[in-house]
Design a binder for this molecule. Structure first.
Ligand SMILES: Cc1cc(-c2ccco2)c2oc(N)nc2c1
Length: 165
């Protein structure tokens, strides 16, 4: 089955994680890391870096892959293969949602915001996040598979912490 390659970048400081609120399209209304499709001709890592810049305004040269998540939707043969990266360094200034940068971000429709690690808005995030975010926060690597029915219900899942991806 031809998997659709996606990236997800979680910029992290010791006690804060940068998330973006998706304003339009896939995952609208959910807080998530920054990411999207891997374009033809770019590596997954290049795609992750590009999406981070486009959606948050920051550049990171130290992305580390920490997770591999596969998603399937009941009734849809397409499997989404999401490569999750974290970065603890970044350059540039985060494009907050103030007026000056809203124009810049309007095409990405993301509103970046820092969240303290004890206040991650899991109820406003994809339903799978509650399972693997704790692994991310403690620095573990993980591999998972989630079968969704619609965008809110998980029918079944498999999730393992791994030493190596
Ligand atoms: C089905 C699904 C997709 C994504 C996604 C789209 C682009 C990057 O990731 C998710 O991200 C999270 N946290 N759960 C997700 C579920």
């Amino acid at each position: 089955m031809l998997n659709k390659l996606l990236t997800l970048v979680l910029v992290r400081e010791p006690s804060r994680v940068l998330l973006g609120l998706k304003k339009k399209g896939f995952g609208e209304g959910k807080w998530n890391g920054f990411g999207g499709k891997v374009e033809p001709g770019e590596t997954i890592l290049e795609g992750a870096k590009r999406e981070l810049l486009e959606e948050s305004g920051v550049v990171s040269n130290s992305l580390e892959e920490i997770g591999l998540l596969k998603f399937e939707f009941v009734g849809d043969p397409q499997i989404l293969e999401v490569h999750v990266f974290t970065s603890n360094t970044f350059e540039g200034e985060i494009k907050e949602s103030d007026g000056s940068t809203r124009i810049f971000l309007h095409f990405a429709e993301m509103r970046p915001q820092w969240f303290y690690t004890d206040k991650i808005p899991l109820h406003q995030m994809w339903a799978d996040d509650k399972y693997w975010f704790p692994m991310f926060l403690k620095g573990s690597k993980f591999k998972g598979y989630f079968l969704f029915e619609g965008h809110e219900k998980i029918v079944k899942y498999q999730l393992d912490e791994v030493e190596k991806l």
